[in-house]
Design a protein around this ligand. Sequence first.
Ligand SMILES: Cc1cc2nc3c(=O)[nH]c(=O)nc-3n(C[C@H](O)[C@H](O)[C@H](O)COP(=O)(O)OP(=O)(O)OC[C@H]3O[C@@H](n4cnc5c(N)ncnc54)[C@H](O)[C@@H]3O)c2cc1C
Length: 404
Amino acid sequence: MKPYDVMIVGGGMVGLALACALSTRTRLSVVVLEARAPSLPWSDAGTYPRVSALSLASQRIFQSLGVWEALQAKRVSPFSQMEVWETPGMNAIQFSANQMAETALGFIVENQAMQSALEEKLAQADRVDHFRGVDLVSFKEDQHQVTLSDASGRVFQASLAVAADGAHSWLRQQAGIQVDTLSYQQAALVATVKTALPHQRVARQVFLPSGPLAHLPLSDPRTSSIVWSLPTEEASACKDMAIDQFKQQLAQAFSFRLGEVKAVESRHVFPLYKQQAKQYVLSRVVLVGDAAHTMHPLAGQGVNMGLLDAASLSDVMEEALHRQKAFDAPLTLRRYERWRRADNAGLLAGVDLIKSVFASEHETVCRMRGAGLRFVNHFSWLKTCFMRHAVGNRSGLPRLARNG
Ligand SMILES: Cc1cc2nc3c(=O)[nH]c(=O)nc-3n(C[C@H](O)[C@H](O)[C@H](O)COP(=O)(O)OP(=O)(O)OC[C@H]3O[C@@H](n4cnc5c(N)ncnc54)[C@H](O)[C@@H]3O)c2cc1C
């Protein structure tokens, strides 16, 4: 096969976003190698079980890539308010888009919608090839290129290989990049649920002593996607529990904020752990998305961080080309690594702190937690400060994520 400039292993949301960014902003040739067979075309008949809360920064990335309209045409559920509370203290904090002069705080989007919209965009792109059902078996690297081959004997070569193949990244392992991993000893139970009361486009999350439970509002006014983090064994028990008992426990855990739970679609469980690669770049291999970092879903930031990785990597490569420098020069790639690793490390630490503070049943921590929530809720400038960061309205963003 012809050699490419960039080879992206993993055609998930982040890998595809990077391919779209490179095809929009540069003239580099790109190949995406995806292990899964092609998925069925998008269907809006039911709700797909996996959803993500997208930040405003991610929305701007999709807009810059020319994918946002296609995404909206599939299904996007904006939310304009957010409510967080803790039990047993019942201290709460509310956030509203009005406080930031925005119309939404974010968007709940089915992962399959993002995947399909990006795939459709790539199908029209020049200089991008997309192979699916690829079973990669070997990795070789020399001074000038990376060579991968698959089980059917096909050989793929490129100057730069990007690992976008998720938390258990095969390419990261082949390149010998180490990761720091910490299991949260928790799993997230995910399901689509119908509730007696409408969600009114409010994203809600309660911090229970066992872990956080979020209801993310979908386009139907009484349908939400739940992410319920529980100790691993409890999560499995909840998955297999009789449906009526599960509905009752879920409504109760959520302090009946949305009334009774009327219906539950299939339940799925995902183990939760924190991971950060020790390096994002090693010679001709670069990491993006979950291949570089994973975090607890309580802040709903994983794919948002991955999209920022993709936009930042495309930024530094574009800038190098603009200055007649090599897009894969060590100095160029180091810039990406310094930028994104520091940003992601800060967020990982922040999420860990929130998780520990809300998990603690120590009396002093509980008192301070309640006082902290009341304090932040009272001072609107402080709340706005938190919100700006969470929705991605902050400095230091890559071009694709900026306004205008
Ligand atoms: C319960 C839960 C809720 C979440 N909620 C949110 C949220 O609200 N907001 C948010 O921002 N994030 C959220 N996340 C995190 C988010 O799902 C991930 O950060 C995101 O999926 C990472 O995307 P990715 O493209 O990097 O990796 P993945 O989605 O894992 O995609 C990797 C791709 O690589 C392919 N692949 C794997 N191995 C190979 C190989 N050897 N060769 C070729 N291809 C390969 C896979 O098939 C896949 O297509 C949540 C996570 C969980 C578990």
